[in-house]
Design a protein around this ligand. Structure first.
Ligand code: CP
Ligand code: NVA
Length: 309
C-alpha cells in the first residue's frame, strides 16, 4: 500500500516515534544515509511561497542521494486546466515521491488519490505536518522527550499550525493547549480526532480562549503568524483580536521558568512574537528550522520503505 502524509494523523504514534528516531540518527550522521541513491527523483511543488520548506527538501533529497525537482506550479499547467488527478498520475511515472504545498486539502487529496507514489503535505490550509515533525524533534532535544510535556500554542487557533499541533502533539503523548480569540478556534472535527488520539497516548488536548491559562506552567510555547498565506485579503481584522496572544516576556512569565519557545518562521517580529523573545534565551527557533531538514529526510525514507513493503 502506498503511504502518504497528508495530515499529521496519517502516522500512528509508533510510526511518528520511528520517524523521529530516524531523524535523530540522520542528524548525527548527516551524509550517511542514501536511500535515494541512483539517483531517484522527488518532485517538490509549490502553489504558495516558501523559504525553509523549499530549501530543506531540496538539500535533504540531495543528501539522501536523490535528485530534487523543485517547481513553482505557476510555470506548469496547474493553473490552466490540467486536473490534479492527471498531474498525480503523470508525476508518478517520473518520480519516487511527490511533495506539494498548496491551498485546500481537497487539492492534495486529489493528487494522492491518483498517485502511485507517496505524497507529502508541505503545508496546506489545513495542516503543516512536516513542520510538526521538526517541532517534535526539537522538543525531544530540548525537553528530553515529548510524552507528558505541555505545549501551548497561542494565536490563530484556526490555522494549519494549530491543527497540526493538536494532532501531532496528541500523537506524541503531549498535553496540547491551543488558545485563540473567538472566531479563530480550531476546527471541531480536528479537535475530535486529536481527542481520540490523546485518549490512546496518555496526552490531552484543550481549545481555550485565555492565553494565560494556555501557557500556565507550559514546557513549550509556540505561535505562528496571525495572517496565513492566502488570508491577506479575507477582510478580517487579524491584529486587534490577537494582541493579547502576542508571545512576549510578560506572557512567558506564566510558563515554566525553563520554557522553550517555538515559531515555525517566517516571524512577523513584534506582532505575534516580540524580537526580545524570538532572539532571547528561551527561543529554539533556529534549531527548529534546522530540524525541518532532518525530519523530512527521515519522513521520505520512512514513506518509501513503508510503501514498498
Ligand atoms: N515554516 C515554513 O514552512 O517556512 P516556509 O514557508 O519558508 O517554507
Ligand atoms: N500558518 C502559516 C505558516 C507558514 C509557514 C501559513 O500558512 O502561511
Amino acid at each position: 500500500m502506498i503511504r502518504h502524509l497528508l495530515a499529521d494523523d496519517d502516522l500512528t504514534p509508533a510510526e511518528q516515534s520511528a520517524v523521529l528516531d530516524l531523524a535523530a540518527r540522520m542528524k548525527a550522521d548527516r551524509f550517511g544515509f542514501t536511500p535515494l541513491a541512483g539517483p531517484r527523483s522527488v518532485a517538490v511543488l509549490f502553489d504558495k511561497q516558501s523559504l525553509r520548506t523549499r530549501i530543506s527538501f531540496d538539500a535533504g533529497i540531495a543528501e539522501l542521494g536523490g535528485h530534487p525537482l523543485v517547481v513553482d506550479t505557476q510555470v506548469t499547467h496547474f493553473g490552466r486546466g490540467e486536473t490534479l488527478a492527471d498531474a498525480g498520475r503523470v508525476l508518478s511515472r517520473y518520480v519516487a515521491a511527490i511533495v506539494l504545498r498548496t491551498h485546500g486539502d481537497d487539492r492534495i487529496a486529489e493528487v494522492a488519490a491518483h498517485a502511485t507514489v507517496p505524497v507529502v503535505n508541505a503545508l496546506t490550509d489545513g495542516y503543516h505536518p512536516c513542520q510538526l515533525l521538526a517541532d517534535l524533534l526539537t522538543v525531544r532535544e530540548h525537553c528530553g522527550g515529548t510524552a507528558g510535556r505541555t505545549l501551548a500554542y497561542v494565536g490563530d487557533a484556526a490555522n494549519n499550525l494549530a491543527h497540526s499541533y493538536l494532532l501531532a502533539g496528541a500523537t506524541a503523548g503531549m498535553h496540547v493547549r491551543v488558545a485563540g480569540p473567538a472566531g479563530f478556534q480550531p476546527d471541531p472535527g480536528v479537535l475530535g480526532r486529536a481527542e481520540k488520539i490523546a485518549a490512546g497516548t496518555g496526552g490531552s488536548v484543550r481549545a481555550l480562549v485565555d492565553p494565560v491559562e494556555a501557557v500556565r506552567d507550559a514546557d513549550v510555547v509556540a505561535t505562528d503568524t496571525w495572517t496565513s498565506m492566502g488570508q491577506e485579503d479575507d477582510g478580517l481584522d487579524r491584529i486587534t483580536p490577537f494582541l493579547p496572544y502576542q508571545v512576549n516576556t510578560a506572557l512567558l512569565g506564566h510558563a515554566r521558568s525553563d520554557v522553550k519557545v517555538l515559531h515555525c518562521l517566517p516571524a512577523h517580529r513584534d506582532e505575534e512574537i516580540t524580537s526580545e523573545v524570538l532572539d532571547g534565551p528561551h527561543s529554539v527557533v533556529f534549531d527548529q528550522a534546522e530540524n525541518r531538514l532532518h525530519a523530512q529526510k527521515a519522513l521520505l525514507t520512512f514513506l518509501l520503505e513503508a510503501s514498498s513493503s
